[in-house]
Design a binder for this molecule. Structure first.
Ligand SMILES: Nc1ncnc2c1ncn2[C@@H]1O[C@H](COP(=O)(O)OP(=O)(O)OP(=O)(O)O)[C@@H](O)[C@H]1O
Ligand SMILES: [Mg+2]
Length: 336
């Protein structure tokens, strides 16, 4: 459905400054996949989507989408895809039904087909009660559902969603997801989306692509990424005087890494491959050394831990401006 080869995009900002927004992305996405693209602000997610949706041309490399080259056959690509841009939020004074209907007509449906498709989507996305409202009066969640409906009006086989759930409350996020997943089954669609909600990517997508500094740094199922890259984190506390002794013991656990000792809180954290196995071992060693453990926990890894392992930065904190201000000569991987 999608195949890119060494896709790049440079933005020339001024004579002395070029932003390397995308630096050689090669991806293959099969029909029917639901792929979540993750990465910090400025990683190049939107830029990649805009190239794949033919809105901007690549600087180099190639991409075919639904069997058509994005540069040579943009019209054919557009016919096959739907795109819901980042923060679309149509701000019009049109009514919901008219907005959707016009979109259908713009996409070349005849009036009857456009009306039919409207009814179908209004029903499927739970917008039926809202058809007579002005678009500008909708709540954030309702508006985002309308955005998705707009992207689906011409029954695309491939849907791009750029941060569909950003800014929605948890209930509306869950509701939007329910609709997206239902649409996917009903229309047999391939879906590529970006999100900053790691839990969402973890639970909904079968495949997670992590992008950083314009490059793909990981691409697998969330389960595999977490198991292979992050490992479990154990957190133990002890009495005030014993933190350093405990840290020493923790460092001897098989595969222990990323050791953090907080002397004041008498807390020690370490990453290990098998948390439930390592913890009893640590407790035994502590007992033998006369170190009293007061609390002990095993945390299963998250996708944020995966990113941390790969880059040394947390996705939650990973800096926004890494490439906005990066001049050509800036080193690439040291933005932490
Ligand atoms: N038209 C443009 N001109 C100059 N720089 C641009 C342009 N569009 C994007 N960029 C820069 O390219 C980089 C990648 O931007 P992009 O929007 O693809 O990031 P993103 O991964 O979508 O981030 P976010 O999570 O914040 O949406 C950023 O540094 C951005 O400032
Ligand atoms: Mg973006």
């Amino acid at each position: 459905m999608i195949r890119t080869r060494s896709l790049t995009k440079d933005f020339v900002v001024s004579r002395t400054q070029t932003v390397h927004a995308v630096r050689g992305i090669s991806l293959e996405i099969e029909p029917g996949e639901l792929v979540a693209v993750l990465g910090p602000n400025g990683a190049g997610k939107t830029t990649t989507m805009r190239m794949l949706t033919t809105l901007i041309p690549p600087t180099s490399g190639t991409a075919t989408v639904a069997g058509h080259d994005v540069v040579a056959e943009p019209a054919e690509v557009r016919r096959q895809i739907g795109y819901v841009g980042q923060g679309n939020g149509a701000g019009h004074t049109q009514r919901v039904r008219d907005e959707l209907y016009s979109q259908g007509v713009i996409y070349g449906l005849d009036r009857r087909a456009a009306r039919q498709r409207c009814d179908e989507l209004l029903e499927a996305l739970d917008l039926k009660e809202l058809t007579a409202r002005k678009v500008s009066d909708l709540s954030g969640g309702q508006r985002r559902r309308l955005d998705v409906a707009m992207g689906l009006v011409h029954a695309p086989s491939l849907l791009f969603l750029d941060e569909p759930s950003t800014g929605l409350d948890p209930q509306n996020r869950a509701n939007l997801w329910e609709h997206i997943l239902a649409m996917r089954t009903a229309y047999d669609m391939t879906i590529v989306l970006t999100t900053h909600y790691l839990d969402e990517a973890d639970s909904m997508a079968e495949r997670v692509v992590i992008v950083d500094h314009g490059e793909v740094i990981a691409d697998d199922t969330a389960e595999t990424l977490k198991a292979n890259l992050a490992g479990d984190r154990i957190v133990v506390t002890t009495t005030e005087d014993a933190a350093h002794r405990l840290a020493q013991l923790a460092s001897q656990l098989p595969g222990a890494r990323d050791l953090v000792t907080d002397g004041a809180a008498a807390r020690v954290e370490a990453r290990v491959s098998d948390g439930p196995g390592a913890l009893p071992e640590l407790m035994r060693a502590a007992e033998q050394s006369g170190v009293r453990i007061t609390t002990a926990q095993v945390h299963r890894p998250t996708l944020d831990d995966v990113f941390l392992t790969l880059t040394g930065r947390s996705l939650r904190e990973a800096g926004s401006d890494q490439s906005t201000a990066a001049p050509d000569s800036a080193p690439r991987k040291d933005a932490a």
